[in-house]
Ligand binder design. Sequence first.
Ligand code: HEC
Ligand code: HEC
Length: 441
Amino acid sequence: MKAEANMSNLFRIVCLSMIVSLTGCDSAEVVQSSESESSEFMNQPAELSRTEQQSSNSKDASSEEIFRQRLLPIFSSPNPSSCTECHLSSVALKDYIRPSAAETFSALVTQGLVNVDDPKNSKILTFIKRAPDNSSLVQKKVRQQEFDAFRDWILAAVADPNLVSTQPSKVRVGPKVSDEVIRHARMDRVLASFIDNVWTEVGRCAACHSPDQNHKQVAEHGEQVSWIKLNDPITSMKYMTDNDLIDVENPEKSLLLLKPTMQIEHGGGKKMVIGDRTYKQFRRFIDDYAAIIKSKYTSEDQLPKPSVEVSIVTDIWMKIENIPEQYDQQLMQVDIYQWTEDEWSEHRVATSDRLVFGKGKLWQHSLSLTAFRESERAKQLHQKSLSPGRYLAKVYVDQTDKLKKEPFASLNENDLITEIEFQTQWKRGYGRMTKISWSDR
Ligand code: HEC
Ligand code: HEC
């Protein structure tokens, strides 16, 4: 798993804007940037990159020899191809190779991946050339070998009358899944989902897990508590997958879920409960990531639909006082609606959920701002502010613990306990939280 998930800092530059804007990382941009300034051999005509050694070898080598000596090893190698630097699954170079040269050549030509008239511009070579900006040294070397092998073989093969005369092939080479599945398993998409579902939530854990704030925890427990890498979602994601915070064999048993829900001992105590919003978002990413790495998706209809809502954790706090003790230790979800000229906003503008502290007759938590994914408002969320004014809190309580049993269920009108109207400035910080009272209903 480590090898497959071994992704480096690719797309960092391209996706950096995403961290701020929360919009997707445009694949067109990715391709453009990766083709414009990637590893040395890509900026030159392909044949310039050939080393002396290889060119003298291949001058005399027959296409059959090149195939046997340089393509078949790729076909039978257990190691991932360079494609995995961007495609977490679904795509492997060996899938483009068949056991015989004739079969391979005819399939590649039939599928338009080898261009007999302009072999150097064969599509398969374009695929292999694609490299992320900061490709690892190891992957650069692997890619160069793959490229040289395919190029030398294709050049020899198009000059081999035996191969050129073979019949069109019915055998299909390449990925066995649909283009949608290939796209879904692409690193830039996976990263966008990580940012959407996990990165926007880790603010909840930052006080003890972010290296700028957790000196005390590090001194006491060791460096591994710093699993948030400051301002760096890609490295954070890579750290989580490489260090088993995310468990692709048993997604729901991931440390990232077990610890904060106190299913196992956690130095920080209970920081979320099964079925709450953060838990759902973590699961959405982790389950999907595991399915991608385990190649569970074969068709588009199996892919998870993107959530209609996006959200971001803020340090705007809210407290509800005088809550009846009967709700002690039950999950309370508070959705906030804003008064807009003559009606309440159609969609909630913020939400938060946490267990009620019955003895203290209170519930308090930081708010997450919310918006429809494609809306104008979604682009403003990163400002993490709510304008002062008139608001409505709709309060839901999970009185039957249904979310514990079905983490992906949501609270609905049946769970609505009360609505409270209030005015507030929405000042930031724990010390300046908005306070409302159950008795103001
Ligand atoms: C730098 C990252 C990167 C690497 C490395 C990479 N790809 Fe891709 N690949 C992409 C992107 C981005 C797309 C989607 C954009 C596009 O289709 O042009 C894509 C799309 C594809 C598709 C979808 C269908 C198509 O015709 O575009 C296939 C198949 C594919 N790549 C195969 C491969 C193979 C095989 C390799 C390795 C030899 C590879 N890719 C390496 C980034 C990469
Ligand atoms: C008040 C401090 C605090 C907060 C807030 C906190 N944690 Fe922790 N967490 C700790 C401490 C201390 C440890 C180390 C001891 C342990 O492993 O339980 C830890 C350990 C962990 C570990 C194990 C890391 C490893 O590699 O061993 C995970 C995973 C984790 N926490 C997840 C979370 C998540 C997710 C959140 C936010 C939803 C969170 N924690 C919030 C204090 C906190």
